[in-house]
Ligand binder design. Structure first.
Ligand SMILES: [Zn+2]
Length: 388
């Protein structure tokens, strides 16, 4: 007996049958390079996805939203538009990649066994195709989701979402749930928590002096920075989710001069808003050990955390139950990296991230997806659309 339309196994069968078309669209997207800031590439990729969405009868509106210097964001609405105040389900992703133009030439699309390789295939062009196909799956199986669906694909996520952020926030505010199709954590685990991020620079200005003749007259800017680094790295020992990394240090002129200037760049990660606020205060409040050295700290928090709340766990639980019905154990993980999911969570939305197709090598040369995971992820995502 064939499964009922609402059974995730029906979706799985559907995606297995659509696999050829799904891979063809993915290949076309990969073969159209779209590094962040490449306007022509962005528009070409958006045009392909818009054309694919146009063939789904449940799709009500397709907006290609131009942005300065980055190309176009794409918003597709299906099953109504949510404009009458109805809460939506937001599917979130991005069309830009980190791979510079020309990467395709040295690493063209190729399929080897269960793996499909290509720049940006895992993060996240295959998932852009999958998002459109998930809406098509509902339409094809005559399933009407209870909430309007909005698919938002931004074009500058890899560059920090300067233009995409406001759109993400606006759509997240009217969403009952946000499904982020970023790549999963290893083992195909969805992401139930993402740390927030902060960036700081520390500059020290001391006093130069001859290192041999009168070193006592100098005040070393480098020694001051070194002490600050020791202090900052001790923050890593505290319980909780705060991590601090001094990733860049510059300073001094020549070895026989007490250095008058030095600079450090600091990366901060944190699991909760409270942790972030406390760490930010500590870093901005740094004081010099040597009173003769002037110390200036700039920067602050730039992405809030995606916190692993009860609502997030309930959404995960629902995805896990759908996965169990297709005999797949869907795991969850909390990770340090940030995504547009962080911005959605910060405006109060319930976010499940890392719902993309399993694979490996995001931002790397061996980037690929696992082909046999397409129908599985498709069934989980379409299953969520159908039941949320
Ligand atoms: Zn991504």
């Amino acid at each position: 007996m064939s499964p009922q339309p609402s059974d995730p196994n029906a979706f799985r069968e559907y995606f297995a049958k659509r696999q050829r078309e799904m891979l063809a669209l993915t290949r076309a997207l990969v073969e159209t390079e779209s590094p962040s800031g490449d306007e022509a590439g962005s528009k070409a990729v958006v045009a392909m996805l818009a054309a694919a969405a146009r063939t789904i009868n449940a799709v009500t509106t397709i907006d290609r939203i131009p942005t300065e210097n980055y190309g176009e964001n794409l918003r597709v609405q299906a099953y109504g538009n949510g404009r009458n105040g109805a809460k939506t389900i937001l599917i979130l992703g991005h069309t830009d990649t980190v791979h510079p133009l020309g990467s395709l030439q040295s690493r063209p699309w190729r399929v080897e066994g269960n793996r499909a390789y290509g720049p940006g295939v895992f993060d996240m062009k295959a998932n852009c195709a999958l998002a459109v196909e998930a809406i098509r799956a509902c339409a094809s199986l005559n399933i009407t989701p209870q909430s309007p669906i909005v698919l938002l694909l931004t074009c500058d996520e890899e560059a920090g979402s300067m233009t995409g952020r406001a759109l993400v926030e606006a759509e997240a505010k009217r969403a009952r749930a946000v499904l982020v199709l970023e790549p999963p954590a290893s083992g195909g685990k969805v992401k139930t928590g993402r740390k927030g991020t902060g960036m700081f620079t520390i500059e020290t200005r001391g006093k130069a002096a001859h290192a041999g003749l009168e070193p006592q007259k100098g005040a070393s800017a480098i020694l001051e920075i070194a002490r600050q680094i020791e202090y900052l790295h001790r923050m890593n020992n505290a319980p909780g989710g705060v991590t601090v990394n001094v990733g860049v240090v510059k300073g001094g002129t020549v070895s026989n001069v007490v250095p008058a200037e030095a600079k450090a760049e600091v990366d901060l990660r944190f699991s909760s808003n409270d942790e972030g606020a406390e760490a930010e205060k500590a870093i901005l409040g740094l004081r010099s050990y040597d009173s003769r050295v002037q110390l200036v700290v700039r920067g602050g928090i730039n992405r809030p955390p995606l916190e692993r709340t009860e609502q997030v766990m309930a959404l995960y639980q629902q995805a896990k139950e759908i996965a169990a019905r297709i005999d797949y154990e869907l795991g969850e993980a909390q990770v340090g990296g940030a995504s547009d999911g962080n911005f959605a969570a910060a405006v109060g939305a319930t976010v499940l991230d890392g719902l993309g197709i399993d694979g490996d090598g995001a931002h790397a040369t061996h980037e690929h997806i696992l082909i046999d995971d397409i129908s599985r992820r498709g069934a989980i995502i379409a299953g969520l659309l159908a039941t949320l």
